[in-house]
Design a binder for this molecule. Structure first.
Ligand code: GDP
Ligand code: MG
Length: 186
């Protein structure tokens, strides 16, 4: 038996002893899921991902194009792809949808009516997109700490009631989108 085979045999015996003593093997690998995070510029996408990764909010810089963060949870790792929300970038969002297994849409609850209208149009386009319309969908009403913030109720009235049409539309699909509206403050 070569030295290498002997070393391998010892390592395997060590592993068997470890299993016998601890009654368990090494923890199973956590499943990974690919998510896409969209929303207008300034809605708080990068801040949200930084917070989920326990990073300092002071290091948040404006996203040009897109960036990906691996967010570890106890039972899974979410690879979240943030797509820049500027006017000239949003038209390319759909090119990055392929392979997504879930969607996070971040909304600035304190935005102007014009921006809310833009956000609603983008949200509806995403909800109708063939690569997203059957996926779990999280809508995050961000900037709730600002005095001008619309309540979750008001945001949902302005976004969700019209979204129900799409929910109904997707109801005939196998899953349909799952829509949640959450509050988040910095
Ligand atoms: N007051 C307040 N500011 C926020 C909140 N979320 C993000 N911001 C700020 O909004 C600005 C834009 O945030 P950023 O995460 O870069 O937005 P993104 O363009 O969607 O990625 C930054 O100065 C953040 O600190 C929030 O919930 N409340
Ligand atoms: Mg960003």
């Amino acid at each position: 038996m070569s030295d290498l085979r002997i070393t391998e045999a010892f390592l395997y015996m060590d592993y068997l002893c470890f299993r016998a003593l601890c009654c368990k093997g090494p923890p199973p690998a956590r499943p990974e899921y690919d998510l896409v995070c969209i929303g207008l510029t300034g809605s708080g996408k990068t801040s949200l991902l930084s917070k989920l990764c326990s990073e300092s909010p002071d290091n948040v810089v404006s996203t040009t194009g897109f960036s990906i963060k691996a967010v570890p949870f106890q039972n899974a790792i979410l690879n979240i792809k943030e797509l820049g929300g500027a006017d000239n970038i949003r038209k390319y969002w759909s090119r990055y949808y392929q392979g997504s297994q879930g969607v996070i849409f971040v909304l600035d609850s304190a935005s102007s009516e014009d921006d809310l209208e833009t956000a609603r149009n983008e949200l509806h386009s995403a909800l109708q997109h063939p690569q997203l319309c059957t996926l779990p969908f999280l809508i995050l009403a961000n900037h709730q700490d600002k005095p001008a913030a619309r309540s979750v109720q008001e945001s949902s009235e302005k976004l969700i009631l019209t979204v129900f049409a799409y929910l109904f539309q997707c109801f005939f699909g196998v899953w349909g989108p799952w829509i949640y509206l959450l509050c988040h403050s910095c």
